[in-house]
Write a protein that binds this ligand. Structure first.
Ligand SMILES: *Cc1c(COP(=O)(O)O)cnc(C)c1O
Length: 428
């Protein structure tokens, strides 16, 4: 549904910008000249604060050497815990339920190694056929480690249309053979936001543990993991949280599971006061910190210090509110300006069922993306036919969205995309 006051003019875009309470954050980012960056859901841009935090970490190394572990403004020995505490409000968790550690994929391995405990006929893992490949590979390999055939033991809920999942279908698949459920909060291609609370309730009613991949929601959407009683979650910090390429990921473990022995143990999972006793008996931390493995990647975590500060100042509710408004505006423009050009909006329109990006489908998507990039708009392409556009609350403006749609319109009208091959690049 179009927003009531929508107008396709640049003046309207400027008016929205002038009323944007988050506009002041834009100048804190390194924006690229003559470029409209709409790919912050794949790799968020660098902010001055994230840069400063990284440079400070380098200074600590330069000036303190080994003492950086215990001295400086952000001692490295407790940096993962500190960043976990700072991240907790973004997901509705207690400070000790989040730890910044590993990557999305390694955290999934850790959580499945910990919480997938097949017994009797409950041996299967429930996932979905639209999930990101890395998550699926991790689940398949975890099943193999238990001696199970992933073909049989990984149940993937089918999508009725190749875009979305029906909560009804997921719930129907929660049989007494399922030991564990792993689902995305927001689907990476269509941007569908699942009903996390409802799915968690239904899983628990059947005695099944459930965890969520928050890569496409954390930093875009508020969460209430504790209130919803989610068992565990994991996400990356380099997308909406702007922590830099390969930035360290995060995991959440509900307090009720503290004390569950990590499936993959390592010395950084130790109780802090015990770690340097160097005993061969592992004493795990009584926090989410227990699920760390080795030495934290300090230089890939440091930017998050600067970035999370901005999220705290901006407020997650305000970020979601602008994100909904700016993506709605983008959809309104697409409906108005690109009608009859072969585009379909491939995300759901309801606010409570969509994430932070707009999923635009077109049969020529791959080469339209190339043309967009050549003409100063950075989207991303997801095979086979999706152009993802993510106007980011902290650094994109309504005028940029207006301009991006005008550029796309020109590309279509003048058939500029025909100069390119309709094939994805190595990194799409
Ligand atoms: C981005 C993303 C990943 C990437 O995982 P890494 O371990 O950071 O490479 C995994 N799963 C989903 C759903 C993602 O969106």
């Amino acid at each position: 549904m179009q927003s009531a006051s929508f107008s396709p003019t640049i003046e309207y875009a400027r008016e929205l910008d002038s009323r944007d309470d988050l506009a002041r954050f834009r100048e804190e980012f390194y924006l690229h000249p003559h470029t409209i960056y709409l790919d912050g859901n794949s790799l968020g841009l660098l902010s001055r604060r994230a840069e400063r935090a990284l440079l400070n970490a380098l200074d600590d190394w330069k000036l303190l050497g080994i003492d950086g572990w215990t001295q400086g403004n952000h001692p490295w020995f407790t940096l993962a815990e500190k960043l976990g505490k700072w991240s907790a409000p973004l997901v509705g968790a207690l400070p000790d339920e989040v730890i910044v550690s590993g990557s999305t994929t390694t955290n999934l391995h850790q959580l499945v190694a910990t919480f997938y405990q097949p017994v009797g006929k409950r041996t299967k893992i429930l996932a979905d056929e639209l999930n990101f490949p890395s998550d699926i590979y991790a689940l398949q390999s975890q099943l193999r480690l238990h001696g199970f055939d992933p073909e049989e033991h990984l149940v993937r809920v089918k999508s009725r249309d190749g875009r979305f999942l029906e909560e009804e279908d997921i719930i129907a698949a929660m049989t007494d053979e399922i030991a564990l459920i792993v689902l995305p909060t927001v689907l990476y291609r269509s941007g569908q936001l699942l009903d996390i609370e409802r799915l968690t309730k239904e899983a628990h009613a059947r005695g099944i543990l459930i965890g969520f991949d928050g890569c496409h929601s954390v930093g875009a959407i508020p969460h209430r993991f504790d209130e919803w009683d989610v068992d565990f979650a994991y996400w990356c910090n380099y997308k909406y949280l702007n922590s830099g390429p390969g930035g360290v990921g995060s995991l959440y473990v509900n307090r009720k599971h503290f004390g569950t022995l990590p499936g993959l143990a390592g010395w950084f999972g130790s109780r802090k006061d015990k770690q340097f006793d160097m005993e061969h008996v592992f004493t795990p931390a009584e926090t989410a910190g227990a699920y760390q493995i080795g030495t934290p990647h300090i230089l890939s975590m440091a930017p998050l210090l600067g970035s999370l500060e901005m999220f705290a100042e901006a407020g997650m509710e305000n970020i979601r509110s602008k994100s909904l408004q700016i993506t709605q505006y983008l959809m309104d423009l697409v409906d108005h300006e690109l009608a009859g050009m072969g585009f379909t909006i491939g995300n759901l329109r309801e606010n409570n069922r969509r994430g932070g990006h707009v999923s635009l489908e077109h049969t020529e998507a791959a080469r339209i993306c190339k043309a967009l990039k050549e003409n100063g708009v950075v989207p991303d392409f997801r095979a086979p036919n999706v152009i993802r556009l993510a106007p980011i609350a902290l650094y994109n403006s309504y005028s940029e969205v207006w301009n991006a749609v005008q550029i796309l319109k020109t590309i279509m009208v003048e058939k500029k995309y025909e100069q390119y091959e309709n094939k994805r690049g190595v990194v799409a």
